[in-house]
Every structure is written in C-alpha cells, then in structure tokens.
Design a binder for this molecule. Sequence first.
Ligand SMILES: *Cc1c(COP(=O)(O)O)cnc(C)c1O
Length: 457
Amino acid sequence: MTDTLTPSVTQAASSSPVEQVRRIVTEIPGPRSRELQERRNAVVSSGVSSVLPVFIARAHGGIVVDVDGNQFIDLGAGIGVTTIGHTDQAVVEAAAGQLNDVIHTLFTITPYEEYVRVAELLAEHTPGDFAKKTVLVNSGAEAVENGVKIARKYTGRPGVAVLEHAYHGRTNLTMAMNFKAAPYSTGFGPFAGDIYRAPNSYPYHDGLSGAAAAKRTIDYLEKTVGASDLACLVVEPIQGEGGFIVPADGYLPALQEWCTATGIVFIADEIQSGMARTGAYFASEHFGLVPDLVLTAKGIAGGLPLAGVTGRAEIMDASQPGGLGGTFGGNPVAAAAAVAVFEQIESSGLLAEAARIENTLRPALERLAAKYDIIGEVRGRGAMLAVELVQPGTRDTTKEPNPAAVTAVTAAAAQQGVIVLTAGSYGNVIRFLPSLAVSDELIADAVSVIDDALAAL
Ligand SMILES: *Cc1c(COP(=O)(O)O)cnc(C)c1O
C-alpha cells in the first residue's frame, strides 16, 4: 500500500524532530492539503467534518506540521487528548515495545498485565480512599454507556440524570444525554428514554450561589422524576463542549451529598477534564468531590484510543461476568501507552505544568478581556481555559452570545498558524486545551495572534 501514499504521507513515518515554532509557508490550506481535501470529499462521509482542512503529517510537543510544511501551535491537542504532548517519547516507546510483544489477545479471552496496571493506576489516582475497580473500553461515549449500565445494574433503577450544557458522546444513549441537538443528534432518533436533564450551575449567566443552583437542580429532579427512580447523576466537573463552565463553589458537593443520601450513583465524566488537564489528576479534586464512578478517555493514553470506568468496587462488581467488555477494550498497546502517561505525569511533574500554563495563559486572556469588551468572561482551570464572547456592550447586562466573533477569531488564528477550538452551547466560546508541553513562549506567541484577530474584528 505504501506506493499509493503521497510522498508527504510517507515522510510522516520519519522521526526528525519538530522545531517548536509557528511557521506558515503557504496559504492555508496549502496546495497539498487542498488536493487531499478533494480526495477526502470523494470517499469520506460528509457527516465527519473537520474544523480546519489542513492535513497533518507530523506532530511533536505542542506543534503540528501539515503536508505543505506549515507549523501550527496546537492549542486544541485533539480536544484534550495529547495532554502530555504530541508523540511524547515515553508513549512512543511504550507503544512500540508493546507492538512487538503482543498487540491483541482480547482481555476477556486471555488477559495481560498492562490492563491490570492501568486499573491499578486509576484506582490509585482517582479521588477516594476505598477499594476501586475498573473496566477499560475504547471511547469516551463507551465509558459513559458503561457507567450508566453499571449504575442501573447496581441500583435496579432506570433513570439517568444529566445537566444542561452537558456533552457525553455520539452513541445512541449518549446522544440523548447531550444538551445540544444540532449537530449531534438531529435526525438520528428515536433516542433512549429515561434521561432527565436538569438546570446546571452557570455562574456568569445565572448569578446563583452553588447552594442556590444545587437546590434548583435537585428540586427539578425531585419534581420531574424523583430520586427513587434515578440510577445515576452524570456530571462533568468542568463542562467541556458546553463551554468550560466552572460551577459555583459548593454546587457539585451539594449534588453529591443528595446522591449519597438518596442512593443515586454519582458519576463524574472526567473524559475532558481528567488526566492532569486542570492541574490535578481529576477536576473533581478542585471541588472536593469523591465520585462513586469516574469516567476517563481522551488524555489517558497520549493519543491512543482508550477509556475507562473506575469506581467503588461494590458498584463495579454489580455486573454479571461477561456483562462488561468488548473486543478491543483495554487493547495492550493503548494500555501500555496509558501506563507511560501516568509515569510521565509523575516523573515530569505535569500537574505543575498545567498550573504553569494557567499562570501564563489566564493573565494573558484577562489582559485581552480588559482590552476587548466582547470578552464576557475568562474561566477554567489549569490547561483548560476559555473565553466567552458576547455582543458589544452586553457583557455586564444581557450577555448576548457572539458566535460570529468566535468563528472569525478562530479562522483568522488558523491562517496565522494557531489552532484553537470553539465550544459553548451557543458556539460563542473559544477554548484553550494546549498540551502541557507547550512552552510559555508558544503561549505568548499564540495569544498575540488572537489579540490581532480580535483587533481586526
Ligand atoms: C469527548 C467527550 C465524550 C465522548 O468521548 P468520545 O471518545 O468522543 O466518545 C464524553 N464526555 C465528555 C465530557 C467529552 O469531552
């Protein structure tokens, strides 16, 4: 098959270092990317869209290099997946070593140590000092599905509570758990039932204290479904696609207290916020939460597909043998990579690196907010920061969403070699999810590009 690949694609296998600088050498997208885009349009479903149609040939640290030789500062990290950096050498070596040892057996036929090691590391690093067990799967949505399955089995109850602005995936069950219909679920029904969506805490918009917002959420769920019919409450400690919404102090602990008192399994979807992203292993720690179950995916294996459900042993063991699993779940190569990610978090002090990024990026974004009144709020934790853009003159009043400005800024940034992602139920949030390998210099450079883009509006 190699002879059918373009030269630039075969070059991707080379391991020459990627200089950590932004460099644009063609128009964006460049000629080779445009050629590939045409081929793609002919054979890839248009249901799979891309934010930026530049085809990536190589990546390292915080930089991705396209097939035309343009180098982008990557502030998206594949939506918070390459948290420890692109092609981190420890991950590359662990995965390569594992490829030579064993690629697949299926853990449910004949097990292997790497799966067990990942479960040990998750038990050690997820919040809570009690016996924990894990099931490994392939994707975030699959982790959510399994979390719900396990909670239903354990409680014998059907209902699933979720929050406004939540995002949990694209499978049938998770489509029904998302807040936003378009584009995730429009036309894809019928959807799973017994899902109840409650108001969340969104301090910039609702102005409520954590206690008041929690009372509103709990009253709503008590009224519309009743705790005794709820198997679980699934929350993202910091909401991801919803716009990096950080709940008011006390909100999540009050929800957890209610769940504990009423026998509802409290599930933290840490798929985006977990694995050192926010300066803690898990964002739950910032709020003093000890979830019954923690869902992981995205950053757990340095870019390889892996996800997990980890939690209280008695809940995780409620399932009958054979009830959990799947052909590729906990694949040896992905599991070996995950072990390397955990080791790197410790040996390279990556929790502190997330704090370093916050200390550099947050003040820079706050300086932009002082300069541009369409920046309504700067929020987030660690290397999970966002700005919400509003219509001019509304940031202290009606806070009208300004998705057009977000589109313009992210498009202009891409032209200058900065990949930055959007978020928010109204498309009016710019989210910053850099890898923890991004230097302060690259952050400063990227912020100056965004500053120019805001000035040009
Ligand atoms: C990305 C994401 C998911 C879904 O993960 P996939 O691997 O894309 O299925 C679920 N929950 C949250 C919070 C996410 O950010």
